[in-house]
Design a binder for this molecule. Structure first.
Ligand SMILES: Cc1cc2nc3c(=O)[nH]c(=O)nc-3n(C[C@H](O)[C@H](O)[C@H](O)COP(=O)(O)O)c2cc1C
Length: 210
């Protein structure tokens, strides 16, 4: 059964440009694949476990090839719930704005929670092996400025390169991006134009076959 996890990394609800664009993607994918199950994960309303000393120690336990000790299990249950939700999906739609040249803090927090050894990656004899292989990942992103190919501030985009490294690390080397920019620095009319164009463009990312 095809299952899509929609990770929402903008807190702006109906005002979010990013969510406006990804809604068009979702509408199209539902049309093409009516039996698709959609799980929505709003990173601003969903509880994410703090990664304090005790919780982080579990990561090192796993790296050493041992099991999570009994006293850590209640805290790790929350982490494993998030990991299982991510791993249960064969399609990931990530809706994220750029914040301070990179990803919003709740999205980084989420990755710090779920990217755990022997769950999402494995250090084997051949080096790192990603364990999320086979997933299709789509990223819809909006940015206030313009970081596209010929822009003088292209190198300030630490969002797309960071996400690419993360997804490659967990075994997905080919995520598909749609970045809409500049949403703020070009004025309201350009913003509207970009949104109208984006609503059509993101539909084209939807695959015929899942
Ligand atoms: C906290 C914060 C930080 C931001 N930092 C940047 C930035 O570094 N570069 C940029 O181009 N836009 C930045 N923006 C603008 C957003 O990326 C832009 O408005 C985007 O379209 C917002 O997406 P949303 O409507 O889906 O929330 C920032 C916005 C916020 C709220």
């Amino acid at each position: 059964m095809n299952r899509l996890l929609h990770i929402i990394a903008s807190p702006r609800g109906s005002l979010s440009r990013t969510l406006t664009l990804s809604a068009s993607f979702l509408e199209e994918i539902k049309k093409k694949h009516p039996r698709l199950i959609i799980d929505e994960l709003d990173l601003y309303t969903e509880a994410l476990p703090d990664m304090f000393s005790e919780t982080v120690s579990g990561k090192y336990v796993l790296l050493e090839g041992k099991s999570i000790p009994v006293e850590l299990k209640p805290r790790w249950k929350e982490i494993e719930t998030h990991i299982n939700r991510f791993m249960a999906a064969n399609i990931i739609l990530l809706s994220t704005p750029m914040w301070n040249f990179g990803m919003p803090y709740r999205l980084k927090h989420y990755f710090d929670v779920i990217i755990q050894p022997r769950h999402l990656f494995y250090y084997g004899e051949k080096g790192v092996e990603g364990l999320a292989r086979g997933k299709s990942i789509f990223v819809v992103s909006t940015r206030g400025g313009d970081y596209s190919a010929n822009s003088p501030i292209r190198s300030c985009d630490h969002l797309e390169p960071h996400l690419r490294v993360i997804f490659d690390f967990i075994g997905v080397p080919d995520p598909v991006f749609y970045n809409s920019e500049p949403m703020d620095t070009g004025g309201e009319e350009l913003c509207r134009e970009l949104l109208n164009k984006g609503l059509e463009q993101v539909k084209k990312l939807v695959p015929e076959l899942l």
